[in-house]
Write a protein that binds this ligand. Structure first.
Ligand SMILES: C[S@@+](CC[C@H](N)C(=O)[O-])C[C@H]1O[C@@H](n2cnc3c(N)ncnc32)[C@H](O)[C@@H]1O
Length: 221
């Protein structure tokens, strides 16, 4: 599934037109990651993105503006600071409040249409359990924070971070990273790294960490 690392030129143009200048929010995903994930949703004719973890809603807003799917269901554990703004300005976004891990399986069955899952909270093993619960029902699942570099940082919060190694063992997929990816799409992330990081070196350490895994409703090879 190497082609998932690329976005068709036409979609890149649409992405630039509709999302360029949306201010990056602290801790948010990177524009390059959202372009490629959104393009994949379009290629795979996804109707609904089911997002777990929106915090300030950067990913939610960008995917809403990109408009590659009919709706975006976006969950977070509690009400978030920009929820009212998102409700007012992003008509294709439906906000959910609560622990998405409790609903993910049953929600996938009740949503009509083709669903893509985007997990940016919880992280690591609970995210893998979530995908496992609904693997057969979704077209594709993207999980954030699976960079090899963060694994190399070693122990975090008393626990060794082995998320990337675990993901590679558990699921077939691909990861948005590498020099080719950065050379092709890194330009989109200039505004994000300027706001959130002290240097480009910081950004490449924490950024580019999206894993993409096909589910049971994936079409094609
Ligand atoms: C890194 S932030 C999300 C950033 C957002 N995707 C963006 O790009 O702007 C992670 C969020 O995941 C939420 N979260 C963690 N576990 C969750 C769960 N089980 N269900 C729903 N949200 C969860 C946290 O509350 C936090 O706000």
């Amino acid at each position: 599934m190497q082609y998932c690392l690329m976005a068709p030129d036409e979609l890149e143009m649409i992405f630039l037109r509709q999302t360029y200048g949306v201010p990056h929010q602290h801790g948010g995903m990177l524009p390059s990651e959202l372009l490629v994930f959104g393009s994949l949703c379009w290629i795979q004719e996804v109707d609904v993105i089911y997002e777990s973890g929106r915090r300030f809603g950067y990913s939610t807003e960008v995917l809403s503006r990109f408009s590659v799917t009919k709706d975006i269901y976006s969950w977070d554990l509690t009400e978030q600071p920009r929820d009212k703004w998102l409700e007012k300005n992003c008509p294709n976004v439906i906000l959910g409040i609560g622990d998405s891990t409790k609903y993910v399986g049953q929600d996938m069955v009740s949503i009509s249409g083709r669903v893509a899952l985007l997990i940016d909270g919880p992280k690591g093993p609970p995210a893998f359990e979530m995908f496992d619960k609904c693997k057969d029902e979704v077209v594709v699942c993207a999980i954030h924070d699976l960079s090899r570099r963060s694994e190399k940082k070693g122990v975090s919060g008393g626990q060794e971070n082995m998320s990337r190694t675990t993901a590679e063992k558990r699921f077939n997929g691909c990861y948005l990273e590498g020099e080719d990816f950065v050379a092709r799409y890194g330009y989109l992330d200039e505004s994000a790294w300027r706001r959130d990081y002290n240097s480009r070196e910081d950004m490449t350490r924490y950024g580019f960490s999206l894993g993409i895994f096909p589910g049971g409703k994936w079409r094609g090879a």
